[in-house]
Design a protein around this ligand. Structure first.
Ligand SMILES: [Zn+2]
Ligand SMILES: [Zn+2]
Length: 264
């Protein structure tokens, strides 16, 4: 399973086009898996993939974690739909639809597939499972449940955990009851050292990541061979005392950066 990170930042650049991204600014969340499955479609996703020499017409399916602007951009979705060889499938929680702003005309080009928590389905030879994330939609009464995904293909399993802090009870139950052993874990690493940031309700800080990794290991869900990848990083939450790569390496993690490719 090949992972190609098209955006590894938190929400900071959600309104910037690809041409407005400067220096080491991180684009917003988007990950291409094996050329055809895109997880989250941020504003810069299509243009950055094209810039890197990728072929966006190969994308057949978009998995949406949730509708926040740093994970979903209608214009970028339509860019993919416009070059797709078929009708682009968009998988999202049923409660997300009201936030997507898709018109009847858009839906001529996009095959909308509504997902419930714990649904499991096939995309070719990939098996996808949707689990409920510890994250907030827009409002307390919002019907959207943000999702995490487990992707399985060729004997490899990847957990995609953005956005979300400590895993939900349902996620832990699923991982334990199904005895899931993970080859890769993509972790929300938004908050840095900060414990006084309210975002720790819905994102991880470094102390939380350390405990989460330990818990996954001690419960047998990851091994020393599992690739642990830190992404969705809000640079402003991390101090400049130590390079990010070293901070995450101390936790046994790889630091994702825009354009990074990883083979599981
Ligand atoms: Zn979010
Ligand atoms: Zn986010």
């Amino acid at each position: 399973m090949k992972l190609w990170f098209l955006g590894t930042g938190a929400a900071g650049c959600r309104n910037k086009s690809e041409s407005e991204i400067q220096g080491d600014e991180r684009r917003c969340a988007s990950l291409l898996v094996d050329q055809n499955v895109l997880v989250d479609v941020s504003r810069q996703s299509f243009d950055f993939l094209t810039k890197l020499g990728g072929d966006p017409s190969c994308v057949t399916d978009v998995l949406l974690s949730h509708s926040h602007e740093d994970h979903f951009c209608r214009d970028a979705l339509l860019q993919y739909a416009n070059v797709s060889n078929g009708r682009l499938r968009l998988w999202c929680h049923r409660g997300a639809v009201v936030h997507l702003g898709l018109t009847e005309e858009d839906l001529q080009r996009i095959d909308l597939r509504l997902v419930e928590v714990c649904d499991c389905w096939q995309i070719g030879d990939m098996t996808v499972t949707a689990l409920p994330a510890n994250h907030m939609a827009e409002e307390l009464t919002d019907p959207e449940t943000p999702l995490h995904y487990i992707l399985e293909k060729d004997g490899k399993k990847l957990f995609y955990g953005c956005d979300g802090g400590w895993y939900t009870a349902i996620e832990w139950e699923y991982l334990m009851r199904k005895r899931v052993t993970l080859d890769g874990v993509i972790m929300d690493s938004t908050v840095g050292e900060d414990t006084g940031n309210f975002r720790i309700a819905t994102h991880n800080n470094l102390a939380m990541l350390e405990i989460l990794i330990l818990a996954l290991r001690q419960n047998g869900r990851i091994s020393s061979d599992t690739k642990l990848i830190a992404t969705h990083i809000a640079r402003s939450c991390h101090s400049n005392e130590k390079p990010l790569e070293e901070v995450f390496a101390d936790l046994g993690m790889i630091t994702a950066r825009d354009g990074l490719e990883i083979e599981l």
